[in-house]
Structures are given as structure tokens and as C-alpha cells.
Ligand binder design. Structure first.
Ligand code: ADP
Ligand code: MG
Length: 570
């Protein structure tokens, strides 16, 4: 076969294929460029999964008019001069390929200005020679990529749904935003704000803005280690969520090496190992760990999209991460940690292929999933339990065929209440208890705002509330299940929890979870044996008895075998 040279355009398209797998790879490259430019504010907008448009705006150092056409040439970079520099590279980019690759497969527009200089703009379409003009605008850079892969229909065919691409983009930007709390980063998807960090309030605030209140509360920062525990030349910082907040996937486990988001299966494994028995089978923590290491000890040039790196001493890196995560978990408040030798009880015996440890569902598990694994007619979800007593006025101790059970009385009751509320919602029958004297409840502005947003939902679950003046409401009826509690206090608690953002699948679900939580028996309440029996009995009747509405376990099991082992009987 005769050999011929490929055209520049074909070379460009082939090269682009390596760097740009999907829209999320473009967003990652552009975001890394903005971070390299020293920007303190970056905003990203995408439309139709990034296929129609990706726009990244930063207030970084900008590109000079002379350099602008070079930026879109292949192998043109301001970050590296010769091969030796590569071993010391401190920037995220270094190959000078991203913009050139993007230019080959899209309409690309860049507007940029250095501090105090005239702005200029560049335009190129599917690899056409760039046109540069003077423009107006402030310091920083705007990159707009549109009609991605229009000239590579084969590539377009392999892309997933726009919503899947949006999710991939969201994940990448979220991870970077969490890792760089010093940068105010915001993301808009199809015109709607996804999240925004404010660039100044530290790791926890950034994590809360990105991943929500639940993760923000649960995260355990990796502490700085003592001199003796440190691994020389390697430092790990960041956070992991405690065992109370986990996911069914590893897609929110993020590791950064010198600021670059990487994939590293061994490190993920090492991190999860630190949780030992605290993680239930099939559950994974949310993780944002930053490893700082001497650039000479890591090779960043081993993967086309720079998603993998090679460490000179991988074991040392694993050790550093392991020690830091251990230290974070050791400092966790003890109420986050189930007792080590207790486990979450297994699902019914029909699931013979399941391991002994069964994941407690996060919040309410999807019914479809549960229906497949729990044939309802033949099995009970929890076994029959014999109540033995109460510990610390908080936990019920009971015996079952498999061993010793500890039941969290609040979580258990919350599960019972939550399912009752859900069934009333779905059958549209709220058991109401009218109040003889309607009660006027005064609220602060936050509570008023939340109440207004939640009025319909609260009415659906059995409250009857009407506005009364500017910042007060009249309560005429309550859900029948709410008897015997200080109603006024509980309503404030429900509203305060909702003000922090919902934890349910929908707002109605969030209101139901919150109402269930704050109408339940609390820890610290002494119960009679009869009351405990009744509660355990009610828990046995629920559809998902192993976790409360918030996803916390309701019960722990120490098996007969464990007991025998602990007493050295076998
Ligand atoms: P690399 O990042 O590997 O250098 P790129 O193709 O991503 O390659 O970018 C080429 C060059 O364009 C960079 O080296 C940098 O000088 C310039 N550049 C790109 N994006 C920006 C930005 N947002 N702000 C300032 N300069 C930028
Ligand atoms: Mg780059």
C-alpha cells in the first residue's frame, strides 16, 4: 500500500480524538487553563450537555494579542520550555494541545485581555486559520466552544444523552470546586445555576456549596499529622465523609495530585480500607483528597488526558493517605461510628448470595431495587425480636435468632413514622387531629420563608396551617401521629431542618422525612418494656426497617458467632 502524509486537518482531528473524549474533557481542560492562569473567579456555563456550547469565563492573567493565535496551535504552551521542565511542572497544563484539539472539532472563540492591556478576540471554525481582532473587555479570558464534533459525526454518534454529559461535567467541576475553596467557582447548566462556591470560606463551606448540607455536616477533615506520622515529601489534605454519608458508587471519590484530578484505583482502595467495618458492603464514602508531592517524584505524562499519573514510590503515597484518613476517622465524633464488632443486620435469608453485611439504604431505597432482592411474601425484613431492655434511655437491646440486636429507638421510630406519612400521602388520607384551640405560631424570617415554600406539603401530611399576619401562622390541625409532643417546638425544629435544604427525593419527601424525625421518640426517653415491644413490632412491619428516613441505621447486630469469638469460645 502506498504511504502518504496526512493533511494538517486530518492530523488535527486524530489528535483531538485523544485529548477530547467527550464534552467533560473540554470543560476539564478549560477549567485547568483558568486555574493555571491564577484566576480567583471562574464561571462555567454549558448548554445541551456541552455539545451546543461550553463557556468558561475567568479573571486570570489573560493572553496577549500576540500570543493569542499561538494558543490554538498544537504544541504551543507558555508552561514548559524543554523536556527537563516536565519533571518540575507545577501547572495543570503543559502539552499545549488542548486549545488546538478543541479548535479542530468545534467553533472556538476566545476573548482575552492582560491586565491594563487592550483585549483581543480570536475565532476559528473546525480547524480554519484563526482570525484575531481587537475587542473590548476586562482582564481575563472567555473561551466559548460551540457545535462540538459537528465535523466528526462518527464521534457525535458515540456520545451519550446530553443529560449524561451534563452529569459528567457537573461531577468534574464539582470536584475541582471542592478542591479549590480559594477560587470562587460557579456552574450553570442549561441556564440554571448548578452550584456556586464563594472562594473564601474554606473546605467545609466549599463542600457544602457543591455537595450539599448533608456532606458538609458529615465531612471529616484530614488533620495535619504529627512529625512522626508524616511521610517525607508527601502531604495529604482534604476530607472524607464519615460512615453516616455514603454512596452506592465511587463517582464522588476524588483524588488530586498537585492540584490535578486523577484516577487511581489503588488509592481509592486504600482510602476505603481505612473505613474497615465502618463502611457497609456496597457503600462508598464521598472523598476529596489532595496530595502534594515533589513533582520530581511523580510522572504526569503517562496518559493522553493526564487522568493517570505514575508515582516513583506508590507505597509511600498510599501510606501518607492512609495515615491521614485514619487520623480523620479517629477524630470523628463517636456517634458517627457504629461499634466495631456490631454489624448492620443482613437482609432476609432469601438473599443467600448476599454477603453477611447488608448495606443500609441511603434514605429510602428505590422500591424497584428492593422488590428484586426481597420477595415480599416469603420473608420478613427483620426477624422476630425479643426485647430485653434499654440502654442509656436511647437504645433497645433485643435478642433474635441470629444474635444480639441494638436498636436506636429514635431512628426506629422515625422509620415507622416516615412510612406512615408516606402511605397517607399516597392514599391521600391524612389522619388529622383538629386542635380545640387553634395555635398561633410566630416565626423568624427564615422559618417564614421555608414555611411558605412548604405549606402545600405540610397540609398534605396532615397539618392545617394558614398565614396570620406577616410572620405568624395559625395552626388548626396536626397529623394524628403527632400527639403527645410539644407541637410548637417540633414545628420550629421541622422548619429549621428544612431551611438547611431537603434530604429527600422531592420536597414533599423532605418534608415527610423531617416531620417523621421531629415527631418521633427521642434519645433519652425512658420506655417501658411494653412500649419497646410495641415499637419493635411496628418496626418489623415497615417496608425498609434497616434505616431511618435520613439513611442512618436503625439497628446493629452482634451475631452469635461474634459473641462466641469475642468470648474466645471459638
Ligand atoms: P497548555 O495548557 O498545555 O499550555 P492549552 O492548549 O490548554 O495548552 O493552552 C495553550 C496556552 O494558552 C497556555 O499555555 C496559556 O498560555 C494560554 N491559555 C489558555 N487558556 C488560558 C486562560 N484561561 N488564561 C490565560 N492563558 C490561557
Ligand atoms: Mg491547558
Amino acid at each position: 500500500m502506498p504511504i502518504h502524509l496526512l493533511t494538517e486537518q486530518t492530523i488535527g482531528k486524530i489528535a483531538a480524538g485523544e485529548v477530547i473524549e467527550r464534552p467533560a474533557s473540554i470543560v476539564k481542560e478549560l477549567l485547568e487553563n483558568s486555574l493555571d492562569s491564577g484566576a480567583s473567579q471562574i464561571s462555567i456555563g454549558i448548554a445541551e450537555g456541552g455539545l451546543r456550547e461550553i463557556r468558561v469565563v475567568d479573571n486570570g492573567c489573560g493572553i496577549s494579542t500576540d500570543d493569542l493565535p499561538l494558543a490554538v496551535l498544537r504544541h504551543a504552551t507558555s508552561k514548559l520550555r524543554d523536556f527537563e521542565d516536565l519533571s518540575r511542572v507545577a501547572t495543570l497544563g503543559f502539552r499545549g494541545e488542548a486549545l488546538a484539539s478543541i479548535a479542530a472539532v468545534s467553533r472556538l472563540q476566545i476573548r482575552s485581555a492582560e491586565d491594563g492591556r487592550q483585549a483581543s478576540s480570536l475565532m476559528t471554525e473546525f480547524g480554519s486559520p484563526p482570525e484575531v481582532r481587537t475587542a473590548s473587555g476586562s482582564t481575563g479570558t472567555v473561551v466559548a466552544v460551540s457545535d462540538l464534533f459537528e465535523n466528526v459525526p462518527a464521534r457525535r454518534k458515540f456520545l451519550r444523552q446530553p443529560s449524561t454529559e451534563s452529569t459528567a461535567i457537573q461531577r468534574t467541576v464539582a470536584a475541582y470546586a471542592a478542591s479549590r475553596p480559594d477560587v470562587a467557582l460557579q456552574l450553570e447548566i442549561d441556564g440554571r445555576p448548578s452550584f456556586a462556591t464563594d472562594g473564601g470560606r474554606g473546605l467545609r463551606a466549599a463542600a457544602t456549596a457543591v455537595y450539599g448540607q448533608e456532606v458538609g455536616h458529615a465531612l471529616l477533615e484530614l488533620p495535619e499529622l504529627d512529625e512522626s506520622a508524616r511521610v517525607p515529601g508527601i502531604a495529604a489534605s482534604g476530607w472524607v465523609t464519615g460512615p453516616a454519608v455514603t454512596r452506592s458508587h465511587r463517582q464522588q471519590m476524588h483524588v488530586f495530585v498537585n492540584g490535578r484530578l486523577i484516577q487511581h484505583r489503588t488509592l481509592n482502595f486504600v482510602i476505603e480500607e481505612c473505613f474497615h467495618t465502618l463502611l457497609m458492603v456496597g457503600r462508598h464514602p464521598v472523598v476529596m483528597i489532595r496530595i502534594e508531592i515533589d513533582p520530581e517524584l511523580v510522572d504526569v505524562n503517562v496518559h493522553p488526558t493526564k487522568a493517570e499519573v505514575r508515582f516513583q514510590d506508590e507505597r509511600a503515597v498510599c501510606r501518607a493517605v492512609q495515615r491521614a484518613v485514619h487520623a480523620a476517622l479517629a477524630g470523628a465524633p463517636t456517634d458517627e461510628l457504629p461499634r466495631v464488632s456490631f454489624t448492620i443486620p443482613a437482609a432476609p435469608p432469601t438473599q443467600s448470595v448476599q454477603p453477611a453485611l447488608m448495606a443500609a439504604p441511603a434514605r429510602n431505597p428505590e422500591p424497584a431495587e428492593e422488590a428484586m432482592t426481597n420477595p415480599p411474601a416469603t420473608s420478613r425484613s427483620v426477624p422476630m425480636l425479643r426485647v430485653l431492655g434499654q440502654i442509656s434511655a436511647s437504645f433497645i437491646i433485643a435478642e433474635g435468632p441470629e444474635g444480639l440486636y441494638l436498636i436506636d429507638q429514635h431512628a426506629a421510630h422515625e422509620r415507622v413514622m416516615y412510612e406512615r406519612i408516606r402511605s397517607q400521602i399516597s392514599s391521600r388520607t391524612s389522619d388529622q387531629q383538629p386542635l380545640l384551640d387553634p395555635m398561633v405560631i410566630e416565626l423568624d424570617p427564615h422559618e417564614t420563608a421555608v414555611l411558605e415554600r412548604s405549606l402545600d406539603e405540610l397540609n398534605q401530611i396532615g397539618f392545617e396551617l394558614e398565614p396570620f399576619g406577616e410572620q405568624a401562622f395559625t395552626l388548626r390541625a396536626i397529623p394524628a401521629i403527632m400527639t403527645g409532643v410539644d407541637i410548637r417546638e417540633r414545628i420550629h425544629l421541622i422548619l429549621r431542618e428544612l431551611a438547611e435544604g431537603g434530604v429527600g427525593e422531592s420536597w414533599l419527601d423532605s418534608v415527610a422525612i423531617s416531620a417523621a424525625c421531629h415527631t418521633s421518640i427521642r434519645a433519652g426517653q425512658v420506655l417501658s418494656i411494653a412500649e419497646m415491644r410495641e415499637l419493635v413490632n411496628q418496626l418489623e412491619q415497615t417496608e425498609h426497617p434497616r434505616a431511618c428516613g435520613h439513611g442512618r441505621p436503625t439497628m446493629l447486630l452482634m451475631s452469635q458467632g461474634d459473641l462466641e469469638k469475642q468470648f474466645s469460645r471459638r
